[in-house]
Write a protein that binds this ligand. Structure first.
Ligand code: FAD
Ligand code: SIN
Length: 525
């Protein structure tokens, strides 16, 4: 069994930022970061647009950023959280810069600020169109310098350890004591005992299959927190990004950043009509929920598979300077953005809900913290404002650090039982895992997508129950594998999304149910 002061699950912006801060402050304390893939594989690595921060105090103000966040969240944000996050933003961004992150500047030496949907001002700090990559690499360089941090790559966290696993603990209140890990290289499972555990395990995009997220985004942290009986909320608010590059075969889709629309690109349907002004006065720069729902409506109206992003009127040289990665990707696919429209389609992108935390990142389970996309802070409400996610992770990792820097109690010594795999066999039925995964993803796309209905949600419940039974049976009888655990986690996440959708009787932000149109705050399609 391994022991550590701080167990950090995830090596994206949330996990790494916390690890650096706590390890720097307490060189005599041990930090272990566990990550299931290569150390940089994460949603963070693929972030394009940037970090929303109020920099330009002449045109912009905290008040405007707060207001934009509240409007995007459609009445369900926690105002105190929004104010705290927005006001902390500039300090947290400066920290990244101090650690070596490089953000684009203009000819005056000021940050070159971008604009995205729902923002009333230019306030998105970025590194070309690969902001996440720049942040991830900067943080990993810092991690390397810190001797008290160990990074375990290709280690998959299976489950959190609570008193349910430990006989001698009689406490009634739920407490986390660490986690069980699967070493993907030698297939061994060990326990890791931790004084404090941080879940920074990212998003859920893979539950839908067609997603801007990498395949690792399987909602593991949310599923294990849910199994540990932590509070999980707002799961119905799955955010669909309006403009993923359309690929007939689906799967993980390349993102065409919202910043491209901020740069002046138009959305057109197959008939060539620029449709967004028909739906919202902000046109292409309406908030993401509205743009995705409008595209969905256009697709259904015309029976099309995709719409287009028209950049042909934009200055190509400037475009390539701002978006070299997107330009190159299009070029590789023989899309010349100066002549051709880019085919795009909405895709699952971000989860606004997740593990409920307070402003210190504390979950409802003692010694268990959560940060980043897997957490639900109250910042996003029913729909996240673009580029507020990296910001949220930076602010909350700092809050958790501050809290833990002044609150540290070592666990008493306990014996954590070894992982019990008696009665299981090596699965010879890998095909069953693949089959159930495909079925789950199709079910979520077809019945629990951008536009939902009561009858589709009821059908989804029944179909999911069949998948659940089969997957649980496999889990109980098979030797643990990453693909099986991920599938089990995705089934748990799907269950949470469907059940919490059924309970929502009013359309808000990213949640739209055709049977709730009379309870809609903003719009109907
Ligand atoms: P992640 O960066 O996803 O990291 C999660 C980590 O947890 C990974 O290291 C993963 O391996 C690990 N992990 C997960 N499960 C396990 C397990 N069972 N065992 C061990 N390790 C595990 N947001 C913005 O604010 N601005 C943007 O411009 C922006 N652009 C985006 C573009 C794309 C294409 C995508 C996909 C997202 C974008 N977002 C953007 C959202 C933002 O990038 C993410 O919400 C944010 O990076 C999440 O950070 P995180 O640290 O919470 O999780
Ligand atoms: C994008 O660049 O469009 C993504 C921004 C985000 O998800 O915040």
């Amino acid at each position: 069994m391994l022991t550590t002061d701080y167990l950090v699950i995830g090596s994206g912006v949330a996990g790494l930022t916390f690890a650096i801060k706590i390890a720097e402050r307490f060189p005599d304390r041990k930090v272990i970061i566990v990550t299931k893939g290569d150390k940089d594989e994460s949603n963070t690595k693929y972030a394009q647009g940037g970090v929303a921060v109020v920099i330009d105090k002449k045109e912009d103000s905290f008040q405007k950023h707060i207001q934009d966040t509240l409007i995007a969240g459609d009445g369900l944000c926690d105002r105190a959280v929004v104010e705290m996050v927005v006001k902390e933003g500039p300090k947290r961004l400066q920290e990244l810069v101090n650690w070596g992150a490089n953000f684009d500047t203009n000819s005056n030496g000021n940050y070159d600020l971008g604009k995205e949907g729902g923002h009333s001002e230019y306030r998105v700090v970025h590194h070309k169109d690969i902001t996440g990559y720049e942040i991830e690499q900067t943080l990993l360089r810092c991690i390397q310098q810190l001797k008290n941090i160990t990074v375990l790559t290709h280690h998959f966290v299976i489950d959190l350890i609570t008193q349910h696993h430990i006989k001698e603990v009689k406490e009634k209140e739920l407490t986390c004591y660490g986690a069980y890990l699967l070493n993907e290289k030698d297939n061994t499972i060990k326990a890791i005992q931790a004084t404090n555990t941080l879940l920074a395990s990212g998003g859920i995009g893979s539950v839908y299959g067609h997603t801007t997220n990498p395949v690792i985004a399987t909602g593991d942290g949310i599923a294990m927190a849910y199994r540990a009986k932590a509070l999980v909320k707002d799961m119905e608010f799955v955010q669909f990004h309006p403009t993923a590059l359309y690929m007939a075969e689906g799967g993980a889709l390349f993102l065409i950043s919202e910043a491209v629309r901020g740069f002046g690109a138009y959305l057109r349907n197959k008939q060539g009509h620029r449709f967004m002004p028909d739906y919202d006065v902000r046109a292409e720069l309406a908030s993401r929920d509205i743009v995705s729902q409008s595209i969905d409506n256009e697709l259904k109206k015309h029976g099309d598979t995709h719409v287009f992003l028209d950049c042909t009127h934009l200055n190509v040289l400037e475009f390539t300077k701002h978006f070299p990665n997107i330009y190159q990707k299009c070029k590789d696919l023989h899309i010349d953005i100066s002549k051709h429209w880019i085919p795009v389609v909405p895709a699952s992108h971000y989860l606004c809900g997740g593990i409920v935390v307070d402003t210190y990142g504390r979950t409802s389970v003692n010694n268990l913290f959560s940060c980043g996309e897997c957490s639900r802070t109250g910042l996003h409400g029913a729909n996240r404002l673009a580029s507020n996610s990296l910001l949220e992770a930076l602010v909350y990792s700092h809050n958790i650090f501050k809290y833990l820097a002044s609150n540290y109690t070592k666990h008493y010594q306990i014996v954590i039982p070894e992982w019990n795999d008696k009665g299981t066999t090596i699965p010879d039925e890998h095909v069953l895992i693949q089959h159930n995964l495909k079925e789950l993803q199709a079910l979520m796309r077809n019945y629990v997508g951008i536009v939902r209905s009561n009858s589709r949600l009821q059908k989804a419940k029944i179909k999911l129950d069949n998948i659940y039974q089969e997957v649980e049976e496999l889990y109980k009888t098979s030797k643990i594998s990453v693909s099986l655990c991920e599938l089990r986690n995705m089934v748990n996440v799907a269950h949470l999304i469907i059940n919490q959708s059924v309970k929502r009787k009013e359309n808000k932000g990213g949640y739209f149910n055709i049977d709730n149109v009379y309870n809609t705050s903003q719009k109907s399609f």
